[in-house]
Ligand binder design. Structure first.
Ligand SMILES: Nc1nc2c(c(=O)[nH]1)N[C@H]1C(S)=C(S)[C@@H](COP(=O)(O)O)O[C@H]1N2
Ligand SMILES: [Mo]
Length: 497
């Protein structure tokens, strides 16, 4: 028989199984952190408030009337989420670090699985396996032990569960995870649309989480039903001849996993910058590749979001108020810094250069909400060609009228600013926007001028922009991390995911 030779559990399979326990539990806890910063699930890309189909918070409404999302954060306990306390940036750091490790291990695992023929035992031999699996479940409920399938080391219900956990859930999660990345979903807008849009993809990813939780509950119950020592010694030694030693070693292994979680949580809360460093080391190679994907969105202008959601409160200083009162006639955008020809542009001049340019794109807030808008303005590369960055210019910094500490009650201090590497600045859809849906940009969305960075998450699109500065280093601005959220909230400056 073909399958009798693959009855054993080779060492690489057992190592992979153990690593998987670490990866999946880290995914779940950091995933809950991410979910908590926008604890509502929608299926419609416009995510109209109140239209969520599920919610994981008891907060009814946000504190602000217009600027909803900032205060919608749910800060779960560090016992549940990694690292807890609403630290989205750090939760993301962990989630993506684990992606790097998990995907690497999984590729090796798949290769070995196929190279050794082990994969065959997880493939249901015929459609009747489905019926057998259902029958097995009834047997479990009746406290009888189902028979193994002939030639296999497990019964039909187990085979089906393993098949799902090995061949369905991981690719599904990687795929639905990837398509939440603004770099990916703006490069393949048609696939994004075909999948049902940004919120549907988020919802699907959540169902994957439920799939994992279901699998874990089932899998762990099976281990106890079939005998803890007997089962875990297969995970340790590959056979069940030494159940006691197996149980001891496996339990120590589990304690180690718990220790890792406690360590990761404490470390994140106490030394967040160290976690950030590790993240940058592991994940930057990926984000730098993602940065090369250009946004190619030409979404349907008839499908713009009626109430484009807003994040952050508008500036409250006299200078900005005066601009509003005078209908932005006195507004001048300064573009300078490390350039050959610094210049200033009025609204009128901006509109003239723009010559009616528009792009209809989807906004991806890092917290998870999305909106669609038609933005008019001047692509940043056009402006850069006018001011001519000097050789050695590396980044473009956007300075805003808004001071977070002063204008937004939920944040501590500091002028809002953001920056981006020259490569991102020169992308075709990186825009200096003056219009939203054919009108002046509303105050809440960044009037009179804001940036659109379409391949990155929302916080990188600075609103209420006063000045654009080309630089050859950004680490001497603010606290040196490249932007306000990077300085204060451990957000990733190259948040392409
Ligand atoms: N100056 C400034 N720009 C900002 C913010 C802010 O608080 N202040 N919030 C950012 C975040 S987190 C998001 S999601 C988007 C929101 O854009 P919107 O309000 O048009 O939806 O703006 C970004 N730009
Ligand atoms: Mo955001």
């Amino acid at each position: 028989m073909l399958l009798t030779t693959t009855f054993d559990f080779p060492w690489w399979l057992r190592v992979e199984h153990f690593l998987n326990i670490i990866f999946v539990t880290f995914f779940i806890r950091s995933g809950i952190e991410i979910l908590g910063t926008y604890p509502r699930l929608h299926t419609n890309v416009h995510n109209r408030p109140g239209a969520q189909w599920a919610q994981f918070t008891i907060k009814e409404k946000s504190k602000h009337k217009y600027y909803a999302v900032g205060s919608e954060y749910e800060d779960y306990s560090p016992i549940i989420s990694l690292p807890g306390r609403g630290l989205l940036g750090l939760g993301r750091y962990w989630h993506f670090m684990v992606v790097m490790g998990y995907v690497t291990c999984f590729l090796i695992y798949y290769i070995l699985l196929f190279a050794t023929g082990q994969w065959l035992r997880y493939i249901p031999p015929s459609l009747s396996t489905l019926g057998d699996a259902a029958y097995n479940m009834v047997e479990y409920l009746a406290f009888t032990m189902p028979e193994h399938m002939t030639g296999y080391p497990f019964n039909a219900a187990q085979q089906l569960a393993y098949f799902t956990a090995i061949f369905i859930l991981p690719p599904f999660m990687i795929f639905t995870g990837m398509f939440q990345s603004p770099a990916v979903n703006s490069h393949w807008p048609k696939i994004t649309h075909a999948l049902g849009g940004r919120q549907m993809i988020r919802t699907l990813h959540w169902w994957g989480l439920i799939g994992y939780l279901g699998f874990i509950v089932g899998h762990v119950s099976m281990v106890f039903i079939h005998g803890y020592g007997h089962e875990v010694s297969k995970m340790v030694f590959g056979h069940s001849d030494s159940p006691v030693a197996g149980a001891v070693i496996f339990t120590i292994g589990l304690a180690f996993v718990v220790f890792l979680h406690v360590w990761a949580t404490r470390h994140s809360l106490e030394k967040p910058r160290k976690v950030e460093k590790l993240h940058n080391l592991l994940v930057r190679p990926l984000t730098r590749q993602l940065m090369k994907l250009e946004s190619r969105q030409e979404l349907d202008p008839n499908n713009v979001t009626e109430h484009f959601r807003a994040s952050g409160c508008p500036p409250e200083n006299d200078e900005y108020m005066a601009l509003i009162v005078h209908d932005y006639k006195d507004y001048v955008l300064e573009i300078g810094g490390f350039v050959e020809k610094p210049m200033t542009l009025t609204m009128e001049q901006l509109r003239e250069i723009s010559d009616g340019y528009e792009q209809t794109t989807m906004h991806n807030c890092v917290q998870g909400f999305s909106s669609i808008g038609t933005w008019g303005g001047v692509p940043l590369h056009v402006i850069l060609d006018l001011v001519k960055p000097l050789p050695g210019a590396t980044d473009v910094v956007f300075h805003c009228f808004q001071n977070m500490g002063r204008d937004d009650a939920i944040y501590p201090e500091g002028w809002y600013y953001e920056s981006c590497p020259m490569m991102e600045a020169r992308q075709p859809q990186t825009l200096v926007a003056t219009n939203l849906n054919g009108e002046d940009i509303p105050i809440k969305n960044g009037a009179p001028v804001r940036i659109r960075q379409e391949i990155s998450t929302g916080f990188r699109s600075a609103k209420w922009v006063e000045r654009i500065e080309v630089v050859n280093r950004y680490d001497i601005i603010g606290k040196g991390r490249g932007g306000w959220f990077e300085d204060f909230d451990y957000y990733d400056r190259l948040q392409m995911i």
